[in-house]
Design a protein. Structure first.
Length: 188
């Protein structure tokens, strides 16, 4: 992987006794897809229709999808792993924006940021966000955008603490059901 894509592209960055962050590489697509499915299910089981969750994951979080993002020079996938055993426990995905707002030069979308529930409150989410901001700056972006389910108050509080503000709304399809999302943005 070219070192110019991220300041931490080839090294592991130890951030706590419990986990590490690293740039996802060519062989990490299945790990990313696994943690994507697990965290999406954790976040939305009991909130969204089960069949819609499965269809959404099949369409948007396959190993093939992650392989394409990992290979895309305009995207950055960061993988969080447990310190012991290196099991995947969270991730972020920075990519070209696909949001219904007026784009500005220098925009990038944080399409995904998820951690497994046992790591909520550990500082992992904040560390993933810090890495996403650093990667966005490294790639020359000036504004970080993201969409969040309108009913996900916990995530909205987290983004507010991270300096994001609501800048728009969107309709987002999960499976066969449309949902109302909020679009957040902040300078990097």
């Amino acid at each position: 992987m070219p070192p110019s894509r991220s300041p931490t592209s080839s090294s592991r960055k130890k951030l706590s006794a419990d986990w590490t962050l690293r740039r996802a590489g060519e062989g990490d697509a299945h790990s990313c897809a696994l943690v994507a499915a697990a965290t999406f299910l954790e976040a939305f089981a009991g909130v969204l229709d089960g069949a819609d969750i499965l269809a959404h994951l099949d369409r948007n979080s396959s190993a093939g999808s992650f392989a394409r993002w990992i290979a895309d020079p305009a995207s950055v996938v960061t993988l969080a792993e447990a310190q012991v055993g290196s099991a995947p426990i969270g991730y972020t995905l920075l990519t070209t924006p696909d949001l219904p707002i007026e784009p500005q030069a220098g925009d990038v979308e944080l399409k995904r940021i998820y951690t497994l529930a046992p790591f909520h409150g550990s500082g992992l989410g904040a560390a993933l966000m810090e890495q996403a901001l650093a990667d966005a700056r490294h790639l020359g972006h000036r504004r970080l955008l993201l969409g969040v389910h309108g009913g996900n108050r916990r995530a909205q509080r987290f983004y507010g603490k991270q300096g994001f503000a609501v800048i728009g709304t969107r309709r987002f399809l999960v499976g066969a059901t449309w949902h109302d999302d909020l679009v957040f943005g902040r300078a990097v």
